[in-house]
Design a protein around this ligand. Structure first.
Ligand code: WTA
Length: 649
């Protein structure tokens, strides 16, 4: 990567929430006395019963415990809506930009948001949803998804949003894992001119779930759906007659706000569980400082609410700050590759936050789709989800930002709730490809992967871990605290282990080098290789499968599957297509392998362990770096795999 630095412009610094001196002072304060620091900043949200304790956390394996503001009570929805009504009831809270640019956008004010969320909360209550019960949300990117999340928060139910791209099977697994009482969905999800049949996916999923699960349907497109009396409920119809008054329920700071399933290196997806108080403080504070959000700005995060980025930076962070947040139903390339920039122009977007994969995809269309739009409202650009390559960074900077806008490259995870490593745009000189420095309260460390010792030199590399808790940290894995401890605190004792590798340069800047576990990052989506493998081996013709990531121009990483067929089954293009389709139905389109290689055998140690390191190198076309293959049970397997890989180029 390049070592060129981009200092903030004096004009930006002058108007920013934090310049360098302020960042340094606040960061120091957050390290020296976390109780005092967060005790103060916790007050940025409204508490019903103020907290007297701030931090109570322990990373010791066997007794991992994370609590913040533990005796405080609050309601997250009231913080995101009610407390703004007096000062900004008529301000737009949510701008909804539909998939089809011809369909008028909606501007939902805080008053209107209040009305809708209260009604939806009353509908949930009328369906018997109680405090602490789970509600699955499987929705298009429409305002009702936001209403549903906030309605849960209002009555103290725990929501779990499942990305609308997941298949019925994946949805059923999540409904069952958290024993959800209600599923909220819509008839169809329009995206890029096509419609995903959400309700029929939901119908298929519910066949595998308890027949007590109610299905609340938002009639969005009006598309036909089968209707099961006594189970399916027309939400919008009920909202019309529901009372617009639903008092927010006081919740403890540590009561769970949501569960979000995410992929790990082993086993089934984990239900990452977040808190109410600490999470909201952290989401709101990072939203304000990282994006330098000011009152009246229009903020656009292009993520889907099915991912953590959508939770923290479309819904909770912005709304807690009284912001105007944009929700976009569509995709960057529909109707054409200038859609993002047209939306920026149309709604005078001030901060724009997207993923490197989208930038790379749009770069391929050249500069015209950007330069034909008026982007003069933009003040800041952001990225998240994967390391950004210099070409994409430069294009974002030169073409979209016209060389004038700060770019914040934010490193964080579903587990962290909010930004962990990020520039503050008025304080930090950026370097393309580096997520730069820690946010307030975050103590990153670089560990030696073998010894687990801290690498204390400034310039070093190793695995990235965090030495102490921050308020936005996940609290547990839903229903499995032991797995939580084992996943994040067992490999490196006393630390939260991120799963990422990193380098720290001479200025103390962090450069994320990617996952060091068996998780791959496809278009910024986390995918456990084990999940794709178990989907593949569930197919009758497949004996064995091994999945690794490989470099992909647009997606960052692609999914490379080595497949060994059952005896007597012949490889064919038809079977390849069948397997692709199979994975789509087992998990969803995002898990479809990009390359399937027929592998008569997989490289294994004599004890039968698959040598993924070798498979990764073959997938990367890096045959010289295979290392020692003599310990394999049958080294000739490797030659055969290389030969097939070579033929593919
Ligand atoms: C990767 C998304 C480099 C990383 C918020 C992490 C990044 C995983 C960056 C989490 C970044 C995220 N630079 N890599 N700026 N941001 N990642 O849980 O590997 O979907 O562990 O959360 O994405 O993905 P998740």
């Amino acid at each position: 990567m390049t070592d060129k630095t981009y200092p903030p412009s004096p004009e930006f610094v002058a108007n920013s929430h934090a310049d360098k001196a302020k960042y340094d002072a606040m960061y120091q304060a957050s390290m020296q006395d976390p109780d005092a620091f967060w005790g103060e900043h916790g007050k940025r949200i409204d508490w019903i019963e103020p907290y007297s304790k701030v931090k109570n956390t322990d990373f010791t394996l066997g007794q991992v415990n994370i609590k913040w503001f533990e005796d405080g009570t609050l309601n997250v929805a009231a913080n995101c809506i009610d407390r703004h009504l007096e000062t900004r009831g008529d301000q737009t809270a949510i701008i909804f930009e539909p998939d089809d640019p011809e369909t008028p956008a909606q501007h939902i004010t805080y008053n209107q948001l209040h009305d809708k969320v209260n009604r939806m909360a009353n509908v949930l209550l009328s369906q018997g949803v109680m405090r602490g019960e789970r509600v699955i949300i499987y929705m298009p990117m429409i305002p009702e998804a936001a209403y549903a999340m906030l309605a849960c928060a209002r009555i103290g139910a725990i929501h779990s949003v499942v990305f609308a791209g997941f298949s019925p099977d994946a949805l059923a697994n999540r409904i069952n894992d958290c024993q959800a009482k209600v599923l909220i969905t819509a008839d169809e999800a329009p995206r890029g001119g096509r419609k995903t049949p959400l309700k029929s996916n939901a119908d298929a999923a519910l066949l595998h779930c308890s027949d007590k699960v109610r299905c609340l349907v938002v009639k969005h497109t009006g598309g036909q759906t089968t209707w099961i009396e006594d189970r399916d409920v027309d939400v919008l119809a009920l909202m019309e007659t529901a009372s617009p008054d639903c008092p927010p329920r006081p919740m403890n700071a540590e009561d769970p706000l949501f569960i979000l399933y995410t992929s790990g290196s082993t086993g089934k997806p984990k239900g990452v569980q977040h808190s109410s108080g600490g999470y909201l403080v952290y989401a709101a504070m990072t939203h304000q400082y990282t994006f330098d959000y000011h009152d009246g700005d229009v903020f656009w995060c292009t993520a889907d609410v099915g991912w953590v980025t959508g939770h923290s930076y479309i819904i909770y962070g912005p709304l807690a700050n009284g912001a105007t947040t944009l929700m976009f139903e569509g995709v960057p390339t529909y109707p054409d590759a200038s859609r993002f920039w047209q939306v920026c122009e149309k709604h005078k977007v001030n901060q724009f936050y997207t993923a490197p994969t989208a930038i790379r995809a749009l770069m391929a269309y050249g500069n015209d789709p950007v330069t034909t739009c008026d982007l003069s409202s933009l003040k800041l650009l952001g990225t998240v989800g994967e390391p950004i390559n210099p070409e994409a960074w430069n294009w974002y900077n030169d073409v979209v930002g016209k060389g004038k806008l700060p770019i914040v490259d934010t490193w964080w995870q579903t587990e962290t709730g909010g930004h962990m490593l990020t520039p503050l745009p008025g304080a930090t000189a950026t370097k393309p490809g580096s997520a730069t420095l820690p946010f307030f309260g975050v103590k990153p460390v670089v560990l030696d992967p073998q010894s687990g010792e801290e690498n204390v030199d400034v310039e070093t590399d190793g695995v990235l871990a965090i030495a102490d808790s921050w308020p936005g940290q996940m609290r547990t894995i839903y229903g499995d605290h032991e797995r939580f401890e084992k996943t994040y605190f067992a490999d490196y004792k006393g630390y939260f282990f991120s799963g990422d590798g990193c380098r720290r340069d001479e200025d103390g800047y962090y450069w994320i080098t990617g996952r060091v576990d068996d998780v791959i990052n496809v278009s910024g989506h986390r995918m456990g290789t084990a999940e794709v493998e178990s989907a593949l081996v569930a197919h009758v013709d497949v004996a064995e499968a091994a999945v690794v990531g490989y470099p992909h121009d647009i997606k960052g990483q692609g999914i490379y599957a080595y497949v060994t067929l059952m005896n007597g089954v012949e490889p064919s293009d038809e079977l390849r297509k069948d397997l692709e389709k199979w994975v789509r139905t087992e998990i969803g389109p995002i898990a479809k392998p990009d390359l399937i290689q027929w592998a008569p055998g997989l490289p294994k140690t004599r004890s039968g362990k698959i040598m993924r390191r070798i498979l990764r190198k073959i997938a990367e076309n890096d045959f010289d770096a295979l290392g020692d293959t003599s310990t394999l049970a049958d080294p000739s397997v490797v030659d055969e795999l290389i030969e097939n890989r070579m033929n593919k180029k």
